[in-house]
Design a protein around this ligand. Structure first.
Ligand SMILES: C[S@@+](CC[C@H](N)C(=O)[O-])C[C@H]1O[C@@H](n2cnc3c(N)ncnc32)[C@H](O)[C@@H]1O
Length: 226
């Protein structure tokens, strides 16, 4: 394994999500940071989620379960969760217990074993910038997830890019601080490498940006061995 994606660096990307941090996550990240620092107000990510979520959905890197809670309407649906951190899984499962979610603890940078049929939609919001390694290495996660997506399904998500998009002084400072702590590993992430990572595993890829956030939608998994 590459030293940059050792068990320690993978752990650092999720270890920050203690119960206390999760209690302030929605206000600090989804409220303040998205609007004033990353310049991608959360309503844009909610619109993405609402547009693509299906009745047979897997959310990956669940955090507090904000998008599942705010964007899912009907009760009769399958919702599955995948995260490495038990605090994130517990907080989200509790928040959306009305959907009786399937709970899976696992690492997206390794082959993923999930029960049941494939999913019609998979979301992966704000997880890639937490993962260690280059975008080529972290986009291996798309390959592992593509194996759990129906042929006509959709994978969508967002990630904060470290390169190539305009950033304020404050955004630069905060991003460097998070990278030093290991909570983010995104200083080399840019649009070209993100698109290439998605295109390696999907035929149809759309990527757009808002502030320093990339928003992506990918369809038609290639399912080729990489
Ligand atoms: C920044 S939060 C994103 C929360 C939510 N998706 C959102 O957009 O608000 C990142 C989540 O990814 C999880 N995570 C970090 N590294 C992971 C890994 N290697 N495999 C699976 N989950 C991971 C963390 O535990 C955390 O719950």
């Amino acid at each position: 394994m590459n030293a940059k994606i050792s068990p320690e660096t993978i752990d650092a990307g999720q270890a920050i999500y203690s119960k206390k941090i999760l209690m302030i996550y929605d206000i600090w990240v989804l409220g303040i940071s998205n609007t004033f620092i990353w310049r991608c107000p959360t309503r844009h990510l909610r619109a993405l989620f609402s547009e693509h979520v299906s009745n047979n959905h897997l959310d990956v890197g669940v955090g507090t379960g904000y998008f599942l809670d705010k964007c899912l309407k009907a009760k009769e649906r399958r919702v599955a969760l995948l995260d490495l951190n038990p605090n994130s899984l517990a907080a989200t499962a509790d928040r959306i217990q009305r959907f009786s979610p399937e709970i899976n603890q696992g690492n997206v940078l390794a082959p993923i074993s999930l029960q049941g049929e494939k999913f019609a939609s998979i979301s992966i919001n704000y997880l890639l910038h937490c993962l260690p390694g280059t975008m080529t290495e972290k986009s291996q996660a798309f390959g592992y997830l593509a194996e759990h997506l129906m042929a006509d399904g959709v994978l969508f998500g967002s990630t904060i890019l470290g390169q190539g998009l305009p950033k304020s002084f404050l955004a630069n400072k905060l991003m460097r601080f998070y990278n030093e702590k290991g909570a983010f590993s995104n200083l080399g992430d840019d649009m070209i490498s993100l698109k290439a990572g998605l295109k390696r595993y999907f035929e149809d890829v759309e990527v757009r940006t808002r502030g320093c956030v990339a928003i992506f939608v990918a369809r038609t998994p290639k399912l080729i061995a990489k």
